[in-house]
Design a protein around this ligand. Structure first.
Ligand SMILES: Nc1ncnc2c1ncn2[C@@H]1O[C@H](COP(=O)(O)OP(=O)(O)OP(=O)(O)O)[C@@H](O)[C@H]1O
Length: 299
């Protein structure tokens, strides 16, 4: 179980509010306050999880983070019996009388969804479309009827009512990504889906420089290179993301590598961090990918 309260405020997770992020966050808060779950979708590394966590924090409720995966099932979501507890009382108060009382009870552990629904947490369901659509069916009852069906729980109640403060934020990668299931229309129909795309050069420069305390000019060198390479991808998936830009910036800063296209160490760092995405995404040989990166760095 992951309950996040303060962690999202640490620098590492800090959300830099460029214009697009600020506007997206403002609109999302309005939709959530009106009672609608928000769903951020977009390419890998575009900032969906970061914005979802920042939004959750704004709602000022405990935040629970849950990751979609194909093995997630009702036991994880609702809970399961996970063994037995027994207690035994032996009464020898009267010597000639031996009295033994033994009770065995099954022990139940609440699943993450049940816990969040009961206590009114904000549940961030990251990459929810990596879970099987049948698993995600349970969210239809929550979002439509405001109840959580208690499948498998030997309780007299068939469901529990969702806490009025409970809310959900979803994130997903587009359907063409590996390991992603097609989401049922009925679920998508109940979410407000907002696209989170790659940042433009200026937004990315701002995020890199503010997040890592880099000079604006240095941040621009990185964002320009990543942006130029990204353009080569057109509609293909797997383009280098903001995550890669931040990795380059962080390593250069930690290792005192000058952020300069003519510096050999910086050239090598960029080739290492960008090479694989270029090889895979543009179907190039390693040599051709390195040539392309070099060309973009103008050396
Ligand atoms: N506005 C922002 N300010 C600061 N950092 C950001 C911002 N947006 C994204 N990041 C950083 O970019 C990286 C990728 O972001 P994040 O993990 O949120 O992307 P994602 O779209 O959820 O990726 P994936 O689909 O791979 O899970 C992270 O290191 C995150 O901290």
């Amino acid at each position: 179980m992951t309950v996040l309260n303060e962690r999202v405020t640490s620098d590492h997770h800090a959300l830099i509010q460029d214009m697009a992020t600020k506007s997206l966050l403002k609109r999302s808060i309005q939709y959530m306050k009106a009672g609608y779950p928000v769903h951020f979708t977009g390419p890998s590394g575009s900032g969906k999880t970061s914005i979802a966590l920042a939004l959750a924090k704004k709602l000022k409720r405990p935040v629970m983070l849950m990751h979609g995966n194909h093995e997630l099932d009702n036991k994880d979501l609702i809970g399961s019996f996970n063994g037995y507890t027994s207690s035994k009382v032996v009464d020898r108060y009267v010597k000639s009388v031996y009295k033994k009382d033994e009770t065995i009870t099954e022990s139940w552990k609440d699943g993450r969804l049940l816990e969040a629904v009961k206590h009114g947490y904000t549940l961030v369901y990251d990459e929810f479309s990596r879970s099987q659509p049948t698993t995600n069916n349970i969210f239809l009852s929550i979002l439509e009827e405001g109840v959580l069906p208690l499948y498998g729980l030997k309780s007299t109640e068939p469901f529990i009512k969702v806490h009025p403060k409970f809310s959900m934020i979803f994130t997903s990668n587009p359907q063409e990504y590996a390991g992603v299931y097609q989401t049922q229309d009925a679920l998508l129909d109940r979410l407000i889906t907002l696209h989170v795309g790659y940042k433009d050069k200026d937004q990315e420069t701002l995020i890199i420089s503010e997040k890592l305390g880099l000079d604006k000019k240095e941040a621009e060198i990185i964002s320009e290179l990543v942006h130029d390479l990204r353009e080569e991808f057109g509609d293909r998936k797997g383009a280098p993301s903001l995550r890669t830009s931040l990795q380059i910036a962080r390593i250069a800063k930690l290792d005192d590598i000058p952020i300069d296209y003519s510096n050999g160490d910086f050239q090598q760092l960029c080739a290492d961090l960008l090479g694989h995405a270029v090889v895979q995404g543009l179907a190039l040989t390693v040599e051709d990918a390195n040539d392309l990166i070099r060309k973009k760095m103008k050396y």
